[in-house]
Design a protein. Sequence first.
Length: 424
Amino acid sequence: MTVFRKDLILKIFEGFSIERWNDLVRPFELVEMDKAAEKMVIAYIIGKFEEQRGAQLDWDWMIHAAFFDLLRKIALCDIKSPVQQMIRNEYPEEYRKLNEWVLDQYKPLIRNMELFNRFTEYCIGTPPETDSVTGQTARVLRAAHKYATMRELEMLAVVNEKIRLHNIEKRLNQDIAAYLDLRGLQLLVTKQRPYDFLMILEQLRFQTRWNQTPRVPKTSVLGHSFFVAVLTLLLEKDTGHRFCAARRYNCFFSALFHDLPEAVTRDIISPVKQATDGLPSIVKHIEDAIVEKELQPLMDDCYRDELLYFTSNEFADRIRIPGADSLFSTELPAAVSCRIPGESVQVSFQELNTMYNLPSFVPVDGRLIRIADHVAAFVEADSSINHGITSRHLIDGRNNILKLYQPGQIVSGIDIALFFEEFS
């Protein structure tokens, strides 16, 4: 059954309206979607350093866990995290019932039973053992969660008296101490190069989308990127094809980082980008040049090449030619057999499904990410219009997206016009 439906997408979109730290003075809006996005960026950095040290991680579990964490936060936003922790630690049976209640809220919304069963296992199943691959992955995600909270606290410290933050900071430091065996976290806490890279990425949290018009709720570029990553994950369920875990990972993180260049160029709205025929390619060329000059030096070896692959030609269906050490290097399809190892090659959606749905080809469904990006922009505009905060920019933006997808038009296995019809 179709999972990509209006009611579920709008429920996820509520993550932009849930305010964090609303009992403290805040220098800017801190919302749940942005926290989820930064947590996943940090998890990626820490995870890559763990892989460099020889650890195995279950990235597929992590991607779904990050999504499920957001769903839980949306359902339980009225219960502060410390209170939830006390319920979990001191009243485990009530905590289980609370999670069952969360599942009941989403059962009518998540129509894909495989996805809902996975959500159920995450909420009320047996926690993964610490020494298992999934257990190690859970530690990375938990460490990222703690450090993302610490970053928020550091930003709040600028405008709050120390006495307000003392107990929170003490408790958080105690929590983070349990994860300091993770190399990536060590480098972040001691403000080494990964910290400098994160500081640049955090600028996406301060950049507001559609900044030429009033809008409710406001959405940051970073939060938008995580929303697009989640939408990409859900769209995959409706393509009619089963992605290998590596392909799902590539699509999710390509979506998460698809606006990475805007950390140094700022968000250039689509009408301006398309003001002349040649401007889109010029802007892309300038973005690539700035990323090479300002961002690449801050990227560590364990993820630099992958990130550059994810953010280059981000909306194209593509693969990367396997190197000589790949198990599949002698079995390349004739169409790419003469290509250089490591080269990025555009392919069709059909070819991704029939020939390249293998980890060695690093498949990415860029067109699926583009659909998710358009859906995110549409929901951002439509939601504000329905709240009574509208403008010519929002109406034109919404209508221009609708024009891109005609009824019956199938892109990457998706008839997205059917989704948009739900908003009519």
